[in-house]
Design a protein around this ligand. Structure first.
Ligand SMILES: *[C@@H]1O[C@H](CO)[C@@H](O)[C@H](O)[C@H]1NC(C)=O
Length: 171
């Protein structure tokens, strides 16, 4: 009899555990994916702010991050235009950065999106990697060593590193 008395709480406990683990596995594709990137908080921030992310598979999450590469690059581009208008010098470096962002937007982002949609993640990783290189070259273009767009460049770089890390799950 004692054993039978224990049965309901045991059953309850088993059901409770299975509900918990089900909930964890549903909620955590984003969490799991972001954990394996170099900037977890940034990854969570961008993925969770996209309304489509809760339904997305890893390719979908990679596409959201590539889109973030695009928007952060556009922000950096806008900052460069502001700086050029101020006319405080460093025009050559600023123009070099403007060219860099153009490459990121017209080449890297485009290639990455196409590649992900075609199921060709190697080229997508290439696009994200190249974005990191492009932004680093913009930062290095200022002879004074003081870039007015460091903050924007760092954001693009971090976002691109997260995108590359997500894409590597697909290789
Ligand atoms: C991208 O960069 C990572 C880390 O630096 C490297 O391991 C990987 O081989 C690169 N991928 C491509 C396609 O160049």
């Amino acid at each position: 009899m004692a054993n039978l008395k224990l049965l309901p709480p045991i059953i309850f406990f088993v059901i409770f555990l299975s509900i918990q683990s089900h909930r964890a596995s549903c909620a955590s594709l984003i969490e799991q994916t972001c954990k394996n990137t170099p900037h977890e908080a940034l990854c969570l921030q961008y993925l969770k702010s996209d309304p489509g992310s809760s339904q997305a598979d890893i390719t979908g999450l990679a596409l959201i991050m590539v889109d973030a590469m695009k928007t952060t690059t556009q922000q950096a581009q806008a900052k460069v235009q502001q700086e050029l208008k101020k006319g405080h010098g460093e025009t050559e470096a600023l123009n070099a950065c403007a060219g860099t962002y153009k490459t990121v937007l017209e080449y890297d982002v485009t290639v990455a999106i196409e590649a992900l949609k075609k199921g060709d993640p190697k080229f997508a990783e290439d696009g994200a990697n190249d974005t990191v290189m492009e932004v680093n070259s913009c930062e290095a273009a200022f002879p004074s060593g003081k870039s007015p767009i460091t903050q924007q460049n760092n954001l693009v770089r971090d976002v691109a590193q997260v995108a590359a890390a997500i894409i590597r799950n697909l290789l």
